[in-house]
Design a protein around this ligand. Structure first.
Ligand SMILES: Cc1ncc(COP(=O)(O)O)c(C=O)c1O
Length: 608
């Protein structure tokens, strides 16, 4: 494990035999140490215990480090340390031995892969190996395998960490809208804030330095989580995925003759980049999705990719996972587009909460995401992970506090800051950024692959239920937009309920009824109009034919162009979705069987 070359900290007598240890790290709370009774009151650990804890902790961290490097998911790690005091020849008490037993919980199939770590990890443990010069340290590793799917540890996680969901009787099915946080994430974050004094990182004073340390730790953790080499990638903190997309859009050096190529299936925050392209004279081209799967025709994509002129800047943007249909577009497109002369912008916002994105295997130029979608807390922080080379092409349209080394008024000159600071306007959200590290650790300890498997299983059940829903006349009571299997799709399902005569059930009624069942769904177009236009087979001519002027409401427009509904219904699953949620959802869907009319008092539609 890495170690500081030299450190120094102090302790002071509190009272009796109690000492307060003040460490040399601003974010670390003071530690109370005490002697056991009868000398002291045992109100804190004594030196022997601290030594044994150091040995156990160092071994645990070393093992964890090695297993994570080997991409073995560690679901839990419990370590027991036993210190034995002996008397030496002079009759003085000494620590004769420290025994450490480490019990990592990992998936059964991973057991054969941990052997190398078991051979290596002790040697990397600075404290233990140093202590061993004078004390016998015996180490025992007893891996236990995680329970199989079904009797899931994610159920335990939900009970322990997300108890509020069931206490308030919620069925949460809007994970693509926002993820949920574990109670321990909040506790850990608050503990950190309570224990430290943090100033604005733009200064050089000690409290500023403490903030900078945490911000840079979060930055390094982001790269590590996505396996992005710091030699290749930089992580830039933004307010959200949209902020990251805007950074690329406003700074990409579009010029006349350049292309902005993007899929129909994109969030509006990607669609909006076309306004920057247009203003700079570049051409925007959309690659259509094809119903009913709502995937892209690869031949058509190939054709578009081949239409570039070598000397131009060309940007290709697509989502790793659709926030509308859950379609997962092939990551192989990244290399193909780059080979054709495009910079690739991968919008990973809907993908990363339940899928592992490995940036040592895939090399998009820009990756955008929001952390609250991954682990619920904090909101207000997103990220642009960008290749250094691609970043160097960007031309920021302005400078601001934080992004420069110096600016002068009379000379009207500014010098940009190097590295990520050049793209981080003003003061970063330095009190929330430590929660990003906590959230990523949480996600890693639960295991993205574990979540992935679980939501895939639940998605299959949900799709099956919707597809099987029938009215008594035998007509389908629901229509799903997008793939009907779990192959190359995520846990986001877009659908509509149908009346017995085939008309779409007004999505506002679905919202109302879902609320009565305490189910949180999303309705509308989910900021992804392209996927919706294909799902509802709305032609370009239809859209052009309906005037959407200032005086026209969304409600009027929907009617004018003859849309069958104001949008779809979206159910999305995530970290602690469980079988009970799916059962409650199934019970709710039965309310639509044989429903031939909806109430007339539904609220007007105001946003798509
Ligand atoms: C695929 C995708 N991209 C981008 C965004 C925008 O995220 P944010 O609103 O956090 O900026 C979302 C949000 O739903 C999304 O699903």
């Amino acid at each position: 494990m890495p170690a500081d070359e030299r450190f120094s900290f102090s302790m002071r007598l509190d009272e009796d035999y109690r000492f307060v240890v003040d460490f040399d790290q601003a974010a670390v709370p003071s530690l109370l140490m005490d002697e056991p009774a009868p000398l002291g009151a045992g109100s804190g650990p004594n030196a022997s215990r601290i030594l044994a804890a150091a040995v156990g902790n160092c071994l645990s961290a070393s093992l964890l480090f090695c297993l994570r490097r080997a991409r073995v998911e560690v679901h839990d790690l419990r370590t027991t340390v036993t210190g034995t005091l002996v008397r030496n020849e002079a009759g003085r008490l000494r620590i004769g031995e420290v025994q450490a037993t480490l019990a990592p919980t990992i998936d059964a199939q991973e057991l054969p892969r941990i052997q190398r770590c078991l051979e290596l990890f002790e040697d990397f443990c600075v404290v233990t190996q140093s202590v061993r010069d004078g004390i016998t340290v015996s180490v025992n590793v007893e891996p236990t395998s995680a329970p199989e799917l079904g009797e899931h540890r994610l159920d335990v996680l939900r009970r322990d960490e997300y108890a509020r969901l069931d206490e308030a009787d919620h069925v949460y099915m809007d994970y693509t809208g926002g993820g949920l946080y574990a109670a321990s994430q909040l506790r850990e974050h608050m503990r950190l804030l309570e224990a430290g004094v943090f100033g604005n990182p733009h200064s050089v004073n000690p409290t500023s330095h403490a903030s900078t340390e945490l911000v840079e730790r979060a930055r390094a953790r982001v790269l590590e989580f996505f396996e992005a080499s710091p030699d290749e990638y930089t992580a830039i903190f933004t307010p959200n995925a949209t902020g990251a997309l805007r950074l690329v859009g406003e700074s990409y050096p579009f010029q006349p003759g350049d292309r902005f190529l993007l899929t129909f299936d994109n969030h509006n925050s990607v669609n909006g980049i076309r306004e920057f392209a247009r203003a700079r004279g570049a051409q925007t081209t959309y690659v259509p999705s094809v119903a009913p799967e709502l995937r892209v025709d690869e031949d058509v994509l190939e054709q578009y990719l081949s239409q570039t002129a070598g000397s131009h800047h060309n940007l290709f943007a697509f989502p790793a996972q659709s926030n509308f249909s859950g379609v997962q577009h092939p990551l192989e497109w990244i290399g193909r587009a780059q080979a054709a002369g495009f910079d690739v912008l991968l919008d990973a916002a809907a993908y990363v909460p339940t899928n592992r994105l490995d940036l040592s295997a895939w090399h998009p130029d820009f990756v955008t995401l929001s952390f609250y979608k991954m682990f619920g807390w904090p909101t207000g922080v997103g990220c642009l992970i960008a290749r250094h080379e691609a970043l160097a092409k960007l031309e920021r349209p302005w400078f601001s506090g934080g992004t420069i080394v110096a600016a002068f008024v009379q000379r009207e000159y500014h010098r940009s800051a190097p590295g990520p600071a050049h793209f981080e306007d003003g003061t970063v959200d330095y009190l929330n950024l430590p929660a990003v590290e906590i959230g990523l650790d949480h996600l890693e300890s639960v295991g993205v692959q574990t979540i992935h498997e679980r939501v895939r299983e639940l998605t299959a059940r949900l799709i099956e239920q919707l597809a099987a829903l029938r009215h008594t006349n035998g007509a389908p009571a629901a229509v799903i937009y997008g793939p009907q299997t779990t192959a190359a799709r995520g846990a986001t399902i877009a659908f509509n309920f149908l009346h017995p005569d085939g008309r779409i059930v007004d999505e506002r009624y679905v919202d109302r009824l879902a609320g009565e069942h305490r189910i949180s769904l999303r309705t509308g177009c989910f900021c992804n109009p392209g996927a919706g236009e294909v799902a509802f087979t709305v032609a370009k001519e239809t859209l052009l034919g309906g005037e959407f002027g200032d005086a026209v409401t969304l409600e009027d427009y929907v009617q004018r162009i003859g849309l069958p509904s104001g949008g779809a219904v979206r159910a999305s699953l995530g970290i602690v979705s469980n079988a009970k949620d799916i059962d409650r959802f199934a019970a709710f869907t039965r309310a639509f069987i044989d429903l031939d009319t909806t109430p007339s008092d539904l609220p007007p539609r105001t946003v798509c």
